[in-house]
Every structure is written in C-alpha cells, then in structure tokens.
Ligand binder design. Structure first.
Ligand SMILES: [Zn+2]
Length: 427
C-alpha cells in the first residue's frame, strides 16, 4: 500500500463488548495494520502523530442501506461523494441499494457496479441486487448470476414486492442460494400517493397520509412468507410500534427475521415537521411520538438488530418542490453517529458499546462479514470522536453532493475528527 505509519496518541478506545473505555495509544503501520496498543507508545521516525487527547477511538460503522445514485443519478450523488460522506460520518463500509439506472438485477450489472466501486471508492462497498427485474415486482431477477457475483442481499429498494406469490417465489428461490431477502415493507394500495404519516398532522397539513397499517400489514405478510419458506428475511426501516411487536413475536417463534431502524425514525416524529419542510419527508414517514419511543426501546432491548441510515440524497432543487411532490429521503451518512451520540449516548440512554453493536458489528454480521475491532494485528478501521466538541449541521458542513437533512441548524454534541481505513487517514 505504501502509506504512512501513524500513532494515535492519548485516546480512549471504545468497543462493542463493554461500555468502558480503555485509555491507550494505538500504533498503525504503513499498511494500515494495528501493530501495538498500550500506554506511552512512541512513534518511529517519519510517522504521523495524531493527538487524540480527550477523544475516543471508535470502530468504523457499517451501513446496510445506502443509495449512492451512481450510475444514472449522478446529479444527486456519486460513489466518490458517497464515500466522502461516509468517511465524514465514521462509516467505513456500506451496502449499495440496487435502485440505480439501470437497476442492478443481473450478475453482469453487479459485476460492473463492483468494478466501478473498486475504481472510485475509498471504502468497501457491497452491491446488493434486485428481487425482481427492473424492480417492477413481476418477474424474478437473475438470482443465480447475482449470487455468483457475491451479492450481500436482494431487495427492491424502497419498493415492496406487491404480489405475495412473487414474494413467495423470491424467498423460495433465495433459499437455494442462501441469499438474504431484504424487504421495504409497504402496502401500496394503502400508501397510495401519501406524503406524511396519516393522522392529526396530515389532516392539519392537508396532505395525503400514509397509514401505519401500510407498513404493519406488509411486515406481517413478509414474516408469514419467511416462516413458510424458511428464507432469511431482513426488514428495512421499521417505523411503528405495532410493526416492531410483530417482529418480536416472529423472533420468539423462531422465524429467521432481522430488522433495522434509521436515526431519523429514532429521534424525530411527525410533530417535528414544520412549515412543510420537505427535509422531513421520508419513506416510511416519520410517525408518532409513541412510535419513536417504542423504536428506541426496541433498539436497546435488541428487538431491532441494526441501525441503517437510508442515506437517500436528492438535490436541493428536487427537495424544494412542494411537500406532496418532493421525493422521499435525505442524506444520512454524515449525521447518524452524531445524532445518536447527542440524543442517546450523551444522556446515558445507552453506551458506545450498544451503538457499535447495532451500527458496526450486527450490520457486518448480517451480510457475513467479520466485525472490525480495535485490536493488535487487526486492520485499522476506526474514527476519532471528540465528545467535548459540537458540530453545527449546515449545508456547508456536509460532504455529500446533496446536502439535505432534517438536522440543519442543529448544534449536535460531539465531532468526528477523522476516520482511518485501508491505511489512509481522512480528517
Ligand atoms: Zn432506502
């Protein structure tokens, strides 16, 4: 690799195993391997010393739900800007959603996507594939070709497979290749052209609502199909207490199901939407305060396995249209760790160990990767976090190509000083 050796001095090391932090220096060689961890390490000549006094060294996060938009929508984001955003947010690996243009629904398209990743991305990215051809919900995509290319999961990315028979065949076929089926649980016949959670806020705004049952019914359907087929099912972006209760019951009865939640669904509710601000328009929508509370409890008790940002960049121009017609989604990679630190870890709701478990360890395990930890002999893959600093979230503070965020204007506690991966240091 021919990089530079680095000494991370006077930091405290966080891990998934314990909320306690270990004070130690960390020495990383020119190939990016951690060669020593201990007190008062000295740097060899020519190595860079990074002063981490007061800071934490935290294992790199892994995001299983990212829309990088390339190819086809490079005006929103590219693989290179997506990687820059990820590094800026302490994320050192991710899964790409297949809703590019063309959608990734064959082995050949997986290969060309991975070729592009290896050319332009500073971090590991894994290309997922579609469940159905063109994400149209009708014919099965090229499972065997995509399996041969090593796809980490199959998903129609922010679109449900509407027909239960097609979903059943997807899951049956996925079992033949031991592929993970990932579902955006939604019932289009109920969601229709909804823009916001159905309830008092949608009535007040005069906007068409997306009812909670739209997701809840779809969750139950997918769980039943998984129970019947024994396919491994991962549910994206849980948003309601009732949907979470279904997942809990399914897990207790032995259905092979996992699920994820986004930082926005953990900390924002429909009442936070002011002035028709489209930066708060998500799919699934921000729900009630009670749902938010239930999701946080589910994250802590382990009913929710994984945190995933659903990084879904759209240009400021696209998001500047009216609430009903603006696209769903916002940029999330750069704010996830900061938001979760600010709202949960700082107040003692949970420790770094839980965040690392749900946003670094479990997501990697979900797709069969080894977790990354800060240990001698391991590749250095961590970020430096300053808990005493604050980060003001503005359009200029973000590195994504499409700075759109519901957290604009907020000063969040903590700051990410830089991230190291593959022997490089990205301040
Ligand atoms: Zn998404």
């Amino acid at each position: 690799m021919g990089g530079q050796s680095r000494l991370f001095k006077n930091g405290r090391i966080a891990s998934a195993d314990s909320p306690d932090l270990r004070e130690a220096d960390v020495l990383v060689d020119a190939d990016g391997i951690i060669t020593a961890i201990g007190p008062a390490l000295t740097a060899s000549e020519g190595s860079e010393v990074i002063d981490c006094a007061g800071c934490l060294l935290v294992p790199g996060m892994f995001d299983v739900h990212v829309h990088a938009r390339e190819p086809g929508f490079e005006h929103k984001e590219t693989l290179a800007t997506c990687a820059a955003a990820a590094l800026h947010g302490g994320v050192t690996g991710l899964v790409l959603m297949p809703d590019t243009s063309p959608p990734v629904d064959s082995g050949n398209l997986v290969k060309s996507a991975m070729d592009l990743v290896s050319e332009v991305s500073a971090i590991p990215m894994y290309q997922s594939g579609c469940l159905t051809k063109g994400r149209e919900g009708k014919e099965l995509a090229g499972f065997s070709g995509m399996a041969a290319r090593g796809v980490p999961m199959l998903t129609d990315a922010d679109r449900t497979v509407p027909c239960p028979d097609v979903m059943r065949r997807c899951m049956e076929y996925a079992c033949d290749f031991d592929l993970l089926v990932t579902s955006h649980a939604d019932t289009p016949a109920l969601s229709k052209a909804g823009a916001i959670n159905e309830g008092s806020v949608s009535y007040r705004f005069g906007l068409p609502g997306i009812p909670a049952i739209s997701q809840e019914i779809a969750i139950d359907r997918d769980i039943h199909v998984a129970r019947h087929t024994r396919a491994r099912l991962h549910l994206q972006q849980l948003s309601t207490a009732c949907g979470l209760a279904s997942v809990r019951r399914a897990k207790e009865s032995g259905v092979p199901v996992t699920c994820e939640v986004s930082p926005q669904h953990l900390v924002l509710c429909e009442d936070d939407i002011q002035d028709y601000n489209t930066h708060f328009k998500f799919n699934p929508p921000l729900r009630s305060a009670g749902d938010v509370e239930a999701l946080a409890a589910g994250l802590i008790d382990g009913s929710i396995d994984v945190i995933a940002s659903d990084h879904a960049p759209h240009t400021e121009f696209e998001k500047s249209s009216d609430f009903g017609s603006a696209p769903f989604g916002a940029s999330g990679l750069e704010t996830s760790v900061l938001v979760l630190y600010d709202r949960f870890i700082h107040g003692g709701m949970f420790g770094w160990d839980l965040l690392i478990q749900r946003y670094s360890v479990a997501p990697r395990q979900l797709i069969g990767l080894e977790p990354v930890g800060i240990a001698e002999g391991a590749a250095a893959e961590f970020f430096v976090f300053d808990p005493a600093a604050t980060t003001k979230i503005t359009r200029d503070s973000l590195r994504t190509k499409s700075p759109v965020s519901p957290f604009f204007g907020e000063s969040l506690r903590g700051a990410i000083r830089g991230t190291t991966v593959r022997g490089e240091w990205f301040p």
